[in-house]
Design a binder for this molecule. Structure first.
Ligand code: AMP
Length: 214
């Protein structure tokens, strides 16, 4: 099963990808997570990516394309994978298609999680993440039992540096200009499925699964 999750920042791609990973036992490949890890590890890539990420812009296509090309060739991707946050524009999608053709593979479904810009702002400004296990919380809709502490592993919760109002607005602009056109791109390939990302995480997941089974 090879899946792509599309949708604006804050649509819940990461949350749904984690649930899909459990259900199908295939890896979640998040370019955002890979880049944040590089920032944490103080690599040269991380230092260059951080400036772009903090500004809410996209890191250069060749960087993420090379990351993905390497990643999907790894052993654990044999049974499939979930792309979360890639592709982000038409150039990345075209390169992905080329790579998959070379590998004799295809994407089974592209799930587009639909959510309004207003909801994105609400969700992201209140979001905190556990850097240890990746669990996500929201100070109103999913508060941790103990403030600032991960319910799952006890890690200290952090707010992403790009989850501030100004950068979120920039990320939304980038989404509208570069990423949203991917819906048309995948509609033409006839494997796009829309899911309204409203309601509980479980309700959304159930709708995502229905679309995968179609
Ligand atoms: P995300 O965690 O998917 O919201 O990504 C966080 C940030 O990482 C984005 O705002 C971009 O700066 C960068 N990023 C993640 N994925 C990509 C991608 N496919 N292409 C370019 N930049 C990306």
């Amino acid at each position: 099963m090879r899946l792509i999750l599309l949708g604006p920042p804050g649509a819940g791609k990461g949350t749904q990808a984690k649930l899909l990973k459990e259900k199908f036992q295939i890896p979640q490949i998040s370019t955002g997570d890979i880049l944040r890890q590089a920032v944490k590890d103080n690599t040269e890539l991380g230092a260059r990516a951080k400036i772009v990420m903090d500004a809410g812009q996209l890191v250069p296509d060749n960087v993420v394309i090379d990351l993905i090309k390497d990643r999907i060739r790894q052993e654990d991707c044999k049974a499939g994978f979930i792309l979360d946050g890639f592709p982000r524009n038409i150039a990345q999608a075209e390169k992905l298609s080329e790579t998959l053709v070379e590998m004799n593979l295809r994407i089974d479904k592209v799930i587009d999680l639909e959510v309004s810009a207003e909801e994105v702002l609400n969700r992201l400004t209140g979001r905190s993440t556990c850097p240890e296990c990746g669990a996500m919380f929201h100070h109103i809709s999913r508060p941790p039992k103990v403030s600032g502490v991960c319910d799952g592993c006890g890690g200290r919760l952090e707010q992403r540096p790009d989850d501030n109002r100004e950068t979120i607005q920039e990320r939304l602009k980038v989404y509208m200009g570069s990423t949203a056109p991917l819906k048309e791109f995948y509609k033409k390939q006839e494997n796009l499925k829309m899911v309204e990302a409203k309601g509980s995480v479980e309700e959304i997941f159930s709708n995502v699964c229905k679309m995968i089974d179609v």
